[in-house]
Design a protein. Structure first.
Length: 442
């Protein structure tokens, strides 16, 4: 058990009023940089949209630009997982932050000098998406190396989730004000600076040398396809992992994508327009912040069971819109759904990092992310035509019903329902050795 002792040394004294994990120097540096870059990332889509519209584009052109960002993320995510497991997550994330800083800087200069054209916007946004595609798998693999005590892992993911939730509320609002006053080029210039801050924070991390070595110690003679096969084997061999990934993929296809497309339409027709829809989505973000605060310091014995129960809340906003309830009910439903999203995200990430070996964690994270989001664009494209055939309320009601049924089905899987933090009988069949940071491997 020597490795466990090295990874989880005696508890540090906790400073009052903040999570103990923020006492970790490396995690604190990373949190500052990550939170800063998140704010910029959440501001940028608003600026890009108005840059396209300001150049004379319409809905079709805006769709091209948005698709140019999403498609590269999907295409390179698995590659990003392989590279992160080979070279180490920090190196890959640092390169991604530098790339995105450069892209947004060039984009800002083109806008500020009046030389931005549609083809250039599409190209720059596509490179931006490439950076995101390799960054995301690395993120899941880096977090456990920044946390020395296992019981702090859940708080680490909760704190990072809080940063994401706050940025989704504050970023677009701030971007709207700056875009209206100074133009989208200034927003993208700010975004470039925030990526620079993120890169600086990553560069200042002082991970133990064994962690750096082990993170990038994969057999360089293995081919890319062999690495992918190994990652896929690690992913599919864990029933709790692929079952929850399937749940999330179908949620994005059948519930969330229709809600995002048909929700604004319903708000326009029945709830008072854009202001009402902005209130719904804003309260969803507030709910995510509250859910994250609720999770701080809590470590339920059956994290995946609690996370799955939390997903029941995602059915409520669609059900409220389908039933034609007043705006107040939909806002309340969004609050519950946002809280559940934060609870689910924190517990799922912590479980993944706890139970998947460090040497394949980035690849497994990539397979999970790809499975969860690959069907989302299809749902976005199909929601409108399907609603024209069967009605908006029917599509939304089906999504709400599906979410309830899916959560019940996932809870019926013992590997999900009984998964715990430790390798005790309650961890369920197929338990594997907990993931270790490289510093504690051996």
């Amino acid at each position: 058990m020597t490795g466990e002792t090295e990874r989880f040394p005696p508890r540090r004294r906790r400073l009052p009023g903040r999570p103990a994990v923020l006492g970790e120097r490396d995690f604190r540096w990373f949190f500052v940089g990550y939170a800063t870059s998140l704010v910029g990332s959440s501001m940028a889509p608003v600026a890009v949209a108005f840059a396209v519209l300001g150049d004379g584009g319409g809905g079709t052109e805006l769709g091209w630009v948005m698709a140019a960002r999403i498609l590269p993320i999907v295409l390179v995510m698995l590659f990003g997982g392989v590279v992160a497991d080979r070279l180490g997550s920090r190196r890959v994330m640092l390169a991604a932050e530098v790339l995105r800083c450069a892209v947004q800087g060039v984009f800002a200069v083109l806008l500020l000098t009046g030389h931005a054209r549609l083809w250039a916007m599409v190209a720059l946004v596509a490179v931006w998406g490439l950076g995101e595609g390799v960054f995301l798998p690395s993120l899941g693999a880096l977090v456990p190396t920044l946390v020395r005590r296992e019981e702090w892992l859940s708080d680490a993911n909760t704190v990072l989730g809080l940063a994401r939730s706050v940025s989704t509320v504050a970023g677009p609002a701030l971007a709207g004000v700056i875009t209206a006053g100074y133009g989208p080029g200034v927003v993208l210039a700010i975004d470039a600076v925030t990526y620079g801050v993120g890169a600086l924070a990553l560069a200042r991390l002082s991970l133990a040398p064994p962690a750096e070595a082990a993170a990038g110690s994969g057999d360089r003679e293995d081919s890319m396809s062999a690495d992918l096969r190994n990652g896929w084997s690690a992913f599919r061999s864990r029933r709790w992992l692929w079952v929850t990934t399937v749940q999330m993929g179908l949620f994005n296809l059948l519930v969330w994508a229709p809600f995002l497309v048909l929700g604004p339409l319903t708000a326009q027709r029945e709830l008072g327009g854009a202001r009402a829809w902005g209130l719904v989505m804003g309260v969803y973000g507030v709910g995510a912040v509250l859910g994250g605060l609720l999770m701080l310091g809590r470590r339920p014995g059956r994290p995946l069971a609690v996370a799955t129960v939390a997903t029941l809340g995602w059915a409520l906003p669609s059900a409220s819109l389908a039933a034609g309830l007043p705006l107040g009910w939909t806002v309340a439903a969004a609050l519950v759904a946002g809280s559940g999203s934060a609870v689910c995200g924190s517990l799922y990430e912590s479980t993944l990092q706890r139970w998947v070996p460090a040497e394949v964690l980035a690849r497994v994270t990539a397979f999970g992310g790809l499975g969860a989001f690959v069907l989302g664009p299809l749902g976005l494209a199909a929601a409108g035509p399907l609603a024209d055939r069967v009605g908006v309320a029917a599509v939304l009601a089906f999504g709400a019903g599906w979410q309830l049924l899916a959560a019940a089905a996932v809870l019926a899987v013992r590997a999900v329902r009984c998964r715990g933090w430790d390798g005790e009988p309650g961890a369920g069949a197929g338990a594997v050795e907990p993931a270790r940071s490289a510093a504690g491997a051996g």
